[in-house]
Every structure is written in structure tokens, then in C-alpha cells.
Design a protein around this ligand. Structure first.
Ligand SMILES: NC(=O)c1ccc[n+]([C@@H]2O[C@H](COP(=O)([O-])OP(=O)(O)OC[C@H]3O[C@@H](n4cnc5c(N)ncnc54)[C@H](O)[C@@H]3O)[C@@H](O)[C@H]2O)c1
Length: 317
């Protein structure tokens, strides 16, 4: 029997594509999408959808029992830029939702859990280049503090209660199907939309701010391949470093200009600059490559082609 999957926060930037990819893989009826709001027409039409609040234990437990769920992907969270505006709400959502899912797994109602962490777990005292898997972690954002605490709890539930929880520290994710949800790397998505629509963009990060990034297809492949890896290969139970690209707004502009030569960028850094400055520029992900065979496929040029074509097709620009 195919295992039944519940995706919490399925209508967001990652959840939308993850839901579609898993439905393609294990069958539409075996992947239950849930969120506090409805998602894209494609997502809503392709399989079961339930409204549920990730902070409400009873609602999540009811879904797990009703659909005989084996695996949960917990994608609901408040992202870095938004959580700076609503610190207590961000903390409550990010932590309570994780405890609910970990506790269901501890009570043997789930066999496997995926929970995403972020490069935001690192801080200004972390080595910025090729940030190692294990290093100084002193995050300075509400979001980063919640992700770091979450990682510690994941490892704790694994060690103490045998919970099979798996996690990735995603870099900034770039996609065209769904808009990003209030993170510090959102500029790298907005820039493509504006390049096509208005041929100019004002970046909220400075031209030389280098951050680790990844095209969504790579992130989805990484997520599913980590979840499919034999348990004994998943040696890190806090969260894996994962990398593909590093670039600045200036480098990204050059890649876009190859397709839209008249594209222009200017810079008006806001509060998100300080968040970006506290994060790594590049990540050492050799443990993910060794333990479960991670390999990225998209470089900046291939990603740029896909983004421009994809936005034209999906958003009719
Ligand atoms: N997108 C990125 O670049 C990135 C990078 C690193 C880590 N992550 C992590 O990946 C996960 C998913 O990120 P995303 O970019 O898809 O976020 P998103 O903001 O696009 O989507 C989050 C979804 O969660 C839903 N949600 C919010 N509150 C909820 C609640 N109480 N109950 C149920 N659903 C709720 C929202 O409606 C939204 O559809 C998050 O944990 C995020 O921290 C994302």
C-alpha cells in the first residue's frame, strides 16, 4: 500500500510544487494538501485539500487519523522578513507547529517527518564562506532563532524517542509558479517578474550582497531524495546544509541582461539588508552529497532561462 502523505502549508512557494511533485510520484489521492488558505487552481484540482491550522493540535491530529497519514511535510512557517515584524506570532507558529508534528510522530501516529530549516540558522559570527555543517550558530533574527531551536528539537526527538525526522537548511529558493512568502531572498524572484514587465527593478539588497540560492526544481528533488534515503544514511538529524548557487544582485542582473539587454537595476536597501548581512555567502554541503547523494542541476544561466520562460507562460507577462 502506498504511504499516505500530509503536507501542511501546501499552498506556499515550496508547498505548491512539492505537493504536485509528490502527487505525480505516489498518486494524487495519496497526498493530502492542507493550509489555512486555498492554493493555486492546479493544486486545488489535483487532489484532496483540507483547511487546517498548523498551530491547532486537534485539527492536525484529526487529519492524520482521518486519512491514515504516514508521512508529514511541515511547510507552514512565518518567514524571515515577516517574522521581524511579528516576532511573537512568528515564534508561536514556527515552534508550536513543529511540536505538534513531532509529538504525533513520537506517539507512533507518523512514521516519517520532513521539516525545513534555513541558512537563517547562521549568524554574523558564523564563517561566511563555505559555511561548514557544524559551526558557530548565533542567529540574530526571530526566524533564525526559531529554526535553530527547531533543529535542536528535531535531533532531540530523534535521539530520545526514535522519531524519523529529516531536514534541510534551504538556501533562498527561486521559482515562478508561486510567489515567495516574505523572505529576505525574495528579490531574486521579484527581479525576474519586473525584468519582464517593466524592464527595471529596484533591489532591496545592495549590489554586492552574495547569498546562497537554489532553483526550486533542485530543492524539490533534494527534499524527496532525502525522504527516500534509507534511514541509516540520514546521519544528521538536526538539518543538512544544502547548496547550489551563490550570487549577488549584480551577477543576477548580468544573467538577465543576456536575455533582456535593456533591463536596468538600481538599489534601495531596506531592513532586509541587515538580515542578509548576517547570513552566509556560500555553504559547504559535502555531508548531503556524501550521505544521500545530493547533486544540484541548475546553474544561474539555466535557472534564468527557466524563470523567464516560466513567468511568461504562467503569468502571461
Ligand atoms: N522559500 C524559501 O526561500 C525558504 C528558504 C529557507 C527555508 N524555507 C522554509 O520552507 C518552508 C516553506 O516555505 P515557503 O517559502 O513555501 O513559505 P510560504 O510563506 O510561501 O508558505 C507557507 C504556507 O504556510 C501557510 N500557513 C501559514 N500559517 C499557517 C498555519 N497556521 N496553518 C497552516 N498553514 C499556514 C501559508 O498560508 C502558506 O501557504 C518554511 O518552513 C520556510 O521557513 C523557505
Amino acid at each position: 500500500m502506498a504511504s499516505k502523505i500530509l503536507i501542511i502549508g501546501a499552498c506556499g512557494q515550496i508547498g505548491t510544487e512539492l505537493t504536485m511533485a509528490l502527487r505525480e510520484k505516489v498518486g494524487n489521492q495519496n497526498v493530502i494538501a492542507s493550509d489555512i488558505r486555498e492554493g493555486s487552481p492546479e493544486l486545488m484540482a489535483s487532489g484532496p485539500f483540507e483547511v487546517a491550522d498548523a498551530t491547532n493540535f486537534e485539527q492536525i491530529q484529526d487529519l492524520v487519523i482521518q486519512y491514515e497519514i504516514d508521512e508529514v511535510y511541515l511547510m507552514a512557517a512565518m518567514l524571515s522578513a515577516t517574522a521581524e515584524k511579528f516576532p511573537m506570532k512568528g515564534w508561536a507558529l514556527n515552534m508550536n507547529s513543529l511540536f505538534h508534528v513531532l509529538n504525533l510522530a513520537k506517539d507512533k501516529k507518523l512514521s516519517k517527518v520532513f521539516w525545513p530549516s534555513s541558512i537563517a540558522v547562521f549568524g554574523p559570527t558564523t564563517p561566511k564562506q563555505d559555511t561548514p555543517q557544524t559551526t558557530v550558530m548565533e542567529p540574530t533574527t526571530v526566524y533564525g532563532i526559531s529554526k535553530q531551536a527547531g533543529e535542536r528539537w528535531c535531533e532531540y526527538y530523534h535521539n530520545k524517542f526514535g522519531v524519523d525526522v529529516r531536514s534541510i537548511r534551504y538556501p533562498g529558493l527561486i521559482s515562478y509558479k508561486t510567489l515567495p512568502g516574505g523572505g529576505t531572498t525574495d528579490y531574486a524572484v521579484e527581479i525576474y517578474h519586473e525584468a519582464l514587465k517593466n524592464k527595471k527593478y529596484t533591489s532591496f539588497l545592495k549590489e554586492d550582497t552574495e547569498l546562497p540560492m537554489m532553483f526550486m526544481d533542485d530543492a524539490i528533488r533534494a527534499t524527496i531524495s532525502l525522504m527516500e534515503a534509507p534511514a541509516e544514511n540520514v546521519k544528521i538529524r538536526s538539518s543538512y546544509n544544502l547548496a547550489a548557487l551563490n550570487f549577488t544582485p549584480e551577477t543576477l542582473t548580468k544573467a538577465i541582461k543576456k536575455h533582456i539587454p535593456e533591463f536596468e537595476i538600481d538599489y534601495a536597501p531596506d531592513f532586509r539588508q541587515a538580515i542578509a548581512d548576517s547570513w552566509p555567502s556560500s555553504i559547504d554541503d559535502s555531508r548531503a552529497r556524501e550521505d544521500w547523494g545530493w547533486q544540484h542541476e541548475f546553474d544561474i544561466d539555466r535557472m534564468t532561462e527557466e524563470m523567464l520562460e516560466g513567468i511568461k507562460e504562467v503569468h502571461h507577462v
